[in-house]
Design a protein around this ligand. Structure first.
Ligand code: GDP
Ligand code: MG
Length: 163
């Protein structure tokens, strides 16, 4: 079976855009509205000759299992627990938000290795947010722009030990 990379983070940070970038097909639904990915989507990524499975997740808005977002979160948590590495995405322009801290707290409590990356960092836009992301406790954050295709090879170098 292929190694699995699960993209995780709060709504609207660009998870689905990154998924599309890595998988190279418009499988995941991308929308301006936060949290629009309604279930997990899977595809195969290939970077520098290495193939891996990519999972686009949704559902870190609430942990109430009686709600749709809560059920999505249960799915997300299962996907991340089973993955070889979690790619924890934040919005480099927004910086670290309370919900990012909450996701980080959950990620610290499970066994899946985590790398953290600040998206929307085209040019030098996300540098402050990238530096803030050190505080999340997962080592040196990567900077990337999923939309513009910047930083993808460096990100892959960060993923490589786990896939
Ligand atoms: P998700 O909710 O985490 O899956 O986020 P989406 O992939 O749906 O993206 C949310 C919004 O951020 C959309 O309007 C995207 O066009 C935008 N976005 C995603 N990646 C980038 C990026 O690298 N740079 C900028 N400026 N915007 C981005
Ligand atoms: Mg999405």
């Amino acid at each position: 079976a292929l190694p699995v990379v699960a993209i995780v983070g709060r709504p609207n940070v660009g998870k689905s855009t990154l998924f599309n970038r890595l998988v190279g097909k418009r499988i995941a639904l991308v929308d301006d509205r936060p949290g629009v990915t309604r279930d997990r989507r899977e595809g195969t990524g290939i970077l520098l000759g290495t193939e891996f499975k990519v999972i686009d997740t949704a559902g870190f808005e609430t942990d109430d299992p009686e709600t749709l977002p809560g059920r999505m979160r249960v799915q997300t948590e299962a996907a991340v627990r089973e993955a070889d590495v979690a790619l924890f995405l934040i919005d480099g322009r927004a910086g670290v938000m309370p919900l990012d801290e909450e996701v980080a707290g959950w990620l610290r409590a499970i066994d899946t290795p985590v790398i953290v990356a600040a998206n929307k960092a085209e040019g030098s836009a996300g540098e402050t947010g990238r530096l803030e992301a050190f505080s999340l406790g997962f080592g040196e954050p990567f900077g990337l722009s999923a939309e513009h295709g910047e930083g993808i090879v460096d990100l892959f170098e960060g993923l490589r030990p786990f896939i």
